[in-house]
Design a protein around this ligand. Sequence first.
Ligand SMILES: Nc1nc2c([nH]c(=O)n2[C@H]2C[C@H](O)[C@@H](COP(=O)(O)OP(=O)(O)OP(=O)(O)O)O2)c(=O)[nH]1
Length: 334
Amino acid sequence: MTPELKAGGLVLRALQPEDAPAVHRLINDWSVVRMLSRLPFPYPRDLAEQWIDSTRHDSAQGSAHHFAITRDGSLLGAIGLVLSDDRRSGSLGYWLAPSAWGQGLTTQAARRVIEWGLTVLRLEKITADAAQDNAASLAVLTKLGFAKTGTSSRRFVSRGQDCPIDLLELPRTTFLLEAQPPTEAPVPPAEAVPVAMEPPKPRTLLVVAAALLDAQGRILLAKRPEGKRLAGLWEFPGGKVERDETPEQALIREMREELGLDLTGSCLAPFTFVSENAGPFHLLMPLYVVRRWRGVPTPREGQTLEWVAATDLGRYPMPDPDLPLIPLLQELLG
Ligand SMILES: Nc1nc2c([nH]c(=O)n2[C@H]2C[C@H](O)[C@@H](COP(=O)(O)OP(=O)(O)OP(=O)(O)O)O2)c(=O)[nH]1
């Protein structure tokens, strides 16, 4: 299913039948239609209804995800990812009403959809194309890190002619490596910065996490909320170790802040650790196994919580560094 995503002040959500009048009004504009290859001009009202229906069907099948781009409840445009048959790549398409142009909104919406596609859907790359005279769209794609892979030509129904198009591609690694570091990542003290102008080394981020186990041996996973880095991915509850904390103190604090649990006096059994390149930083994450605590896990930071059997862990999209933990936990709990 197509989730709701947040991007700055924008809400990206599945299209609804009630959107048809607004979709029709906004697309039925020469400056929009002339850049969309398959649509006629004038754009008939029933095509808007048919298109919305088809997006809902695609979403149920998982073959494509189309989002209405909305701000304060008003529809401004749409953006979508059509997946390849093997579901390893997605083709990005979008349109925005002229009244919303020039505010960076397409870039904002596209960045969030791309991030979601590359992390939650685990796509390997995103492709896109644009008419060569669509300078605004090509600028957006370049800003997002897309690189031109070739050219082609396509029939534009509204223009009644074949037009040259640029083909572009954004590999998963490019996008994830260019992601901004989290704002609260520790900054090395000034005296530790070498004077020589060497390229900056990846910073190591120390994060503690817990595999909380219930009486049936299920593990508590938390889905990262919209607005955070890696939103929509499932993780082991935990967080960054502050400068003056031990990992165990940090874990006790995080469990209280995130889940309302009291772990003081509980056995915090070190299980294993992750040491992985996580894009903008290097992640060092000890994982503790915890079977006893006081309180009932309650999502206090907008997360979604689920108790998951070890055998089902693979069904929950997780950050890359967590993947090796899955077979280890399955072995522990098998
Ligand atoms: N808690 C947790 N974090 C993980 C896991 N896997 C993984 O890559 N991480 C990353 C995501 C974050 O970049 C970082 C955890 O930091 P955090 O949860 O305290 O902070 P955050 O980025 O959510 O953001 P913020 O609260 O500082 O805004 O470690 C995991 O299984 N559990």
